[in-house]
Design a protein around this ligand. Structure first.
Ligand code: DC
Length: 234
């Protein structure tokens, strides 16, 4: 069997703003795999809750959100050269789900067990045909414990906040660096201490601290690992 015939599942987990989504998207595009941003799904549910008055200033009406899950329609639209845009009930919400308003509330929504179960099930369906790169917090531990390749990405909170701040500036979203840093720290805390599938490195994941790496270096590191993983399987 040649390398390209063998399709695998690639799980990339890590802290918020660790650059894992950019790495995952670049890898998927380089090897012709589908990319799925699982965080975007938690963000889409949060946006739905904000729009319907069920999420207000970090307070979540859990029962109402859980009851609404079957009618919250989340999908992805592939965009040439850009990866994909997130659709909420058919509307392109890619920009809105990245706003601080959503970022400030998303961990509180992602902590709800029934929300996690629902989204994990949807995420697992994307893996049915393999040939997928998915990034998130619990992909290598809960969504695809059987993934052939697992990466756990880390970088200091300051490095990650600086990256997020620049990203928001580029997108024209108003924000202050201190607010972004506070948001990163708060999300780290909630993500690592929640009872249901907390952010934790899978025992068989390969660690990557990319604080001192350029984007080109981390992309090369990832694609090298992909080739080594396939070589070991064939
Ligand atoms: O990767 P991100 O910043 O877009 O993720 C948004 C939030 O969703 C983050 O606070 C953690 C949560 N999340 C999660 O709990 N599990 C995932 N698989 C992906 C994201």
């Amino acid at each position: 069997m040649s390398e390209t015939d063998k399709k695998i599942i690639i799980a990339i987990d890590g802290y918020s703003s660790s650059g894992k989504s950019s790495m995952a998207r670049a890898l998927a595009s380089a090897i012709g795999y589908r990319y799925v941003d699982s965080g975007a799904m938690y963000r889409a549910v949060t946006l739905w809750g904000l729009r319907h008055g069920l999420v207000i200033d970090g307070k979540v009406d859990e029962d109402a959100i859980v009851a609404a899950l079957p009618e919250i329609n989340i999908d992805f639209l592939p965009i040439a050269g850009e990866g994909q845009h997130t659709l909420l009930d058919g509307e392109d919400v890619e920009r809105e789900i990245r706003s601080l308003r959503v970022s400030d509330n998303v961990s509180q929504v992602a902590v709800i067990p029934a929300v996690r179960h629902h989204l994990v099930e949807l995420q697992q369906r994307f893996g049915d045909e393999k040939g997928i790169v998915m990034d998130g917090r619990d992909i290598g531990t809960t969504v695809f414990p059987q993934a052939e390749m697992k990466v756990f990405v880390d970088a200091s909170a300051e490095t990650r906040a600086r990256r997020r701040f620049l990203e928001l500036q580029e997108k024209g979203v108003e924000s202050a660096y201190e607010d972004v840093l506070a948001n990163v720290r708060q999300r780290d805390h909630i993500d690592t201490t929640r009872a249901e599938s907390p952010l934790v490195k899978a025992s068989d994941a390969v660690s990557l601290d990319n604080s001192e790496m350029t984007i080109a270096e981390q992309n090369k590191w990832l694609i090298d690992l992909y080739h080594r993983t396939l070589d070991a399987l064939i």
